[in-house]
Write a protein that binds this ligand. Structure first.
Ligand SMILES: [Zn+2]
Ligand SMILES: [Zn+2]
Length: 108
C-alpha cells in the first residue's frame, strides 16, 4: 500500500508540463497544460469558464428546427384527389390521401 510513484500510468497530475501564458481576456498570468501556439487566444481558468458559460449551448438534441420533410404531390388512388405524401411514389403501388389511407387502415 505505498505512495510509490507509479510512473507507468504516465500523465497523471504533477507530471504535466505547464506553460505560463497571459490570459487574452483579463491579462492575468495563468498556467495552461498545453503549449500555446499563438494561433488562438488562451484564457485563464476564470475567463475560460465565463466564456464557456456565456456562449449559448449549441448542439444536437435540442433542436426542433429541422427542415420540413419534402412532400410529393400525387393523386389518391382511391378518391382521385390531389394529395401530398412524404415519400416519392414510385408507381409500383397505389398511393392514398390521408383520408383514404386511414379508412383503409381502419377497415383491416
Ligand atoms: Zn482571464
Ligand atoms: Zn383519397
Amino acid at each position: 500500500m505505498g505512495e510509490d510513484f507509479d510512473n507507468d500510468r504516465g500523465f497523471d497530475r504533477g507530471n504535466r508540463e505547464m506553460h505560463t501564458v497571459v490570459c487574452a481576456e483579463c491579462g492575468q498570468e495563468t498556467e495552461v497544460p498545453f503549449k500555446p501556439d499563438g494561433s488562438r487566444p488562451v484564457y485563464c481558468r476564470d475567463c475560460f469558464q465565463k466564456r464557456r458559460g456565456s456562449s449559448p449551448p449549441r448542439g444536437r438534441g435540442g433542436g426542433g428546427d429541422r427542415p420540413p420533410r419534402q412532400m410529393h404531390s400525387t393523386v389518391c388512388a382511391e378518391c382521385g384527389k390531389d394529395t401530398e405524401v412524404p415519400f416519392k411514389p414510385d408507381g409500383s403501388r397505389p398511393v392514398y390521401c390521408r383520408d383514404c389511407f386511414q379508412k383503409r387502415r381502419n377497415s383491416f
